[in-house]
Design a protein around this ligand. Structure first.
Ligand code: GUN
Length: 293
């Protein structure tokens, strides 16, 4: 069994990007600038956004964190987005999800200039991804593709089961892996909360991408020998033995599934760090595109 070490691979990628940034600096060019908008004070979102900002600092990017209160109105957020769209210094920005109830998420995502949409969530970029045109790939699916590619996991002709149909992970993952591309060319099945005979489907899978947000849902008896397992889940599970009162659990019951798997991602240290690395890669790409204009 091989651990797909997202922490290590993401560090490799960050070092590669840092190298490119130092060349930019040496040439007197502008460095990439990422902005992140955080509305409210959701604990997990704060952790993610802070990790993104910290990663920017480490590799030499400029970063701006915009924190707005929980009661921010949709109009106020749209106004902020309009400013970021026109600020020539900012190469890319993200609005951290989920957003408070009073704000229409889709409306917000559609307001982001597709040229600065480094999350790849704008309908234009989703469409471009589906058509296999140059775009910003959403960071989590992009990170999984990169992890599979760097570990040389064979995907061509394999039965891939994507668990979950979210706009951020499941849906794009199913599209990318069925495309003619690196870590693609797979036969993809998407399962979700209404799927029947789940176990028969997961048992036939060569590769499983679990992205349903239910802790330790996928157990060893649901998979075949030598399966490749990608765990996208990250849930806080109460744990009195921990100082902070919780532990992080994925969608995969690691202990039982890892006994059968040929490759598996850990939680934490698997997909999570890859997501951040690919967001940085998208921001670098955006800077290069702006430079070429
Ligand atoms: N919430 C969970 N994952 C993501 C992500 O990749 N981007 C943004 N903006 N919000 C998220």
């Amino acid at each position: 069994m091989t651990i797909l070490d997202g922490k290590k691979v993401s560090n490799d990628i960050k070092n590669e990007i840092a190298e490119q940034v130092s060349v930019m600096v040496a040439n007197g060019e502008k460095v990439p600038h990422l902005a992140a908008v955080l509305v409210g004070s959701d604990g997990a979102s704060m952790t993610y956004v802070n990790a993104k900002v910290k990663a920017c600092e480490r590799i030499g990017f400029k970063s701006t964190l915009i924190e707005l209160p929980e009661h921010t109105t949709e109009a106020e957020l749209l106004e902020k987005i309009a400013i970021l769209n026109t600020d020539a210094d900012i190469d890319g920005f993200i609005v951290q999800l989920p957003l408070p109830k009073q704000i229409d998420e889709q409306k917000v995502l559609m307001a982001i200039d597709p040229d600065k949409d480094v999350d790849g969530f704008h309908p234009t970029n989703v469409g471009r991804m589906a058509l296999d045109l140059p775009t910003f790939l959403p960071a989590t699916p992009y990170g999984i593709m990169e992890l599979l590619e760097r570990y040389k996991v064979e995907t061509s002709g394999k039965n891939v089961v994507v668990m979950g149909r979210s706009h951020i992970v499941g849906r794009p993952m199913s599209i990318l892996m069925s495309q003619k591309r690196k870590a693609g060319d797979a036969t993809v099945t998407v399962v979700h909360s209404r799927s029947k005979n789940l176990e028969a489907i997961t048992k036939a899978a060569d590769i499983i991408v679990a992205a349903i947000g239910i802790s330790e849902f996928l157990t060893g008896d649901m998979v075949k020998e030598d399966v490749v397992v990608i765990d996208v889940g990250i849930t806080r599970v109460p744990d009195t033995t921990k100082k902070n009162g919780y532990r992080l659990a994925g969608d995969v019951h690691f202990e039982s599934v890892s006994k059968k798997a040929s490759y598996i991602t850990p939680v934490p240290g698997g997909v999570g760090p890859m997501t951040i690395a690919m967001l940085l890669k998208n921001t670098l790409l955006s800077r290069e595109r702006h430079n070429a204009k």
